[in-house]
Every structure is written in C-alpha cells, then in structure tokens.
Design a protein around this ligand. Structure first.
Ligand SMILES: NC(=O)c1ccc[n+]([C@@H]2O[C@H](COP(=O)([O-])OP(=O)(O)OC[C@H]3O[C@@H](n4cnc5c(N)ncnc54)[C@H](OP(=O)(O)O)[C@@H]3O)[C@@H](O)[C@H]2O)c1
Length: 256
C-alpha cells in the first residue's frame, strides 16, 4: 500500500484490538498515511485475516494477546522494542460493550468488563511507556456513554468515564516528555460489536436519536483518531473528542 500523505511517515503506531471495527479502520488509515502499524487481538485467525486485508507488507506487525493480560503486554512491548525500538502513537482501543440492568451486574461480570475496558488501557499505556518517543500521542477509545446516563449502562459507562479520566491524568504526568493523551468518544458506530449487541429495534432507535440521522462508521472514528494522533493536534491534550453525529449535544426531538 502506498502512503497518500506524510502525516505519519515512518511513525510507529500501536493499535490494540486492531482486527475489527474502529481498530482495523484506524490501522488502514494510519498505514495509508505512512505509518508502520502494530495490531493486537486475541484471535489468531482474525489477526491473520486483518494482516491480509491491510496488505501493508513489512509495515504491519500482528501480535496475538489479551490487552488485559500483563504478560501479554510485556511480550508485545518486547516485540515492538525488538522490531522498531520506539513507539510514536498508541491507540488503546480494545474494549467491549456490556449492557445489563444495574441490579443484574455480578462480581464476575464487573471484573470481566473492568478488565478489558479499563485495566487493559491502563496497563497498555504503562507497559509501552518506556518505548514512547518524546512528543508521542496516546488516544484512548472511550464512548459517548461517559457523557450521559442510560438504562443498562452503569458498568460500561463507568469504565469509559474511567479511561477518559486516565487520559486527563496522564496528559499532566506525561507532559514533561511532550506526550499528549486524549480520548475519543464514539457514538453508535457500525462495527461488528454494535451489530452483535444491538437488536433491530435498538439499531432503529439509535439512528433516530442522532441529529445526523445515521450512525457512525468505523472510518468516522479512524479519521478523528488520526487527527488527535497527528501533529495537527499538537495543542490538544487531556480532551475527549466526541464523534457521534450530534447524539450527545443535539437532540432531534423538539425542545418544546
Ligand atoms: N461500536 C460502537 O457503537 C462503540 C461505541 C462507543 C465506543 N465503542 C468502543 O470502541 C472500541 C472498539 O469497538 P468496536 O465497536 O470497533 O469493536 P469490535 O469490532 O468488536 O472490535 C474490537 C477489537 O478489540 C479486540 N479485543 C477485544 N477484547 C480484547 C482483549 N481483551 N485484548 C485484545 N484485543 C481485544 C477484538 O479482537 P479479539 O476479540 O480477537 O480479541 C477486536 O479486534 C471499544 O473500546 C468499544 O467499547 C464502540
């Protein structure tokens, strides 16, 4: 694949959960803009398929592993150190949707969701930090759900609020190295995860709730991640960028 612009020429980008949805779309985008991309995922078959789809030759490194498993993160960091010696971009994207009434959340479910949605981002950044170049950029995938309450989202929304708050703290702690840390908050986005979670009824309700009258695409999110990760966003730090067609800010319902 030929680079179509130089925003990420020769930059090294890690994308956790890069085999599907927004992670894969972001890998396509960064690759097209000149980056070397490292993608992760737990399923080796999906990793192989993503590598083939990305068609980036030696500019793609696929590492199997669970983003919430510290030994896997150590192996990932070692592989990136061996191959590239540094990282310029981290997109801590791996995560899951999980929705149920507050009263139904078991302790096991609590730890399952906290592990992948919060612990994974927390330790992905901590483990890869020694590789991060000065002026590197970190983007964490949060969710519009951190900005509003909604039935069934007590656990999920809290994990997404946690990762955005992590972005703010790290923006302060990593400032001496010139490393910026932001989060993105996708609205309803057409990915395999969305279609697995949302019934036809919920999908229709999602479209109706969005001022833009459509749900987002993985490419919509990839474009925003690429912007935040690029030097064009060099004065944007500790922020959450909501990419939701107006879902949070603008109700399509009449105001009176
Ligand atoms: N789709 C939406 O409407 C929406 C809205 C707001 C926020 N989000 C957030 O956006 C992010 C991406 O979601 P998506 O919709 O693009 O999902 P997706 O299409 O299901 O992709 C998720 C990716 O993460 C990987 N993954 C899941 N658990 C992992 C783990 N423990 N370790 C490593 N990789 C893991 C998956 O591969 P394996 O399963 O093979 O590991 C896959 O590559 C998530 O953080 C999600 O919470 C989604």
């Amino acid at each position: 694949m030929r680079a179509r612009s130089s925003r990420f020429n020769d930059k090294i980008a890690l994308i956790t959960g890069g085999t599907s949805g927004m992670g894969l779309a972001t890998a396509h985008r960064l690759l097209a803009e000149g980056a070397h991309v490292v993608i992760t995922g737990r399923d080796k078959t999906r990793l192989d398929a993503a590598v083939e789809e990305l068609n980036g030759g030696d500019r793609v490194l696929a590492m199997p592993g669970d983003a919430a498993n510290l030994a896997d993160l150590d192996a990932l960091t070692a592989a990136i150190q061996d191959r590239y010696g540094r990282l310029d971009v981290v997109f801590a994207n791996a995560g899951i949707g999980a929705f149920q009434p507050y009263t139904d959340v078991t302790e096991a479910e609590f730890y399952r969701v906290v592990d992948i949605n919060f612990k994974a981002a927390f330790f992905t950044i901590q483990k890869t930090l020694p590789l991060l170049a000065d002026h590197a950029a970190i983007v964490i995938n949060a969710s519009f759900a951190l900005h509003r309450g909604g039935p069934g989202a007590a656990l999920y929304s809290a994990t997404k609020a946690a990762v955005h708050n992590l972005a703010r703290t790290l923006a302060a702690e990593l400032a001496p190295k010139g490393i910026r840390v932001n989060s993105v908050s996708p609205g309803y986005t057409a990915t395999p995860a969305f279609y697995a979670e949302a019934s036809a009824e919920v999908q229709a309700a999602a479209v109706a709730a969005v001022a833009a009258n459509r749900i987002g695409t993985a490419d919509d999110i990839a474009a925003a991640v690429a912007f935040l990760a690029s030097d064009e966003a060099s004065y944007i730090n500790g922020q959450d960028l909501t990419i939701d067609g107006g879902l949070v800010a603008a109700t399509p319902a009449p105001m009176v």
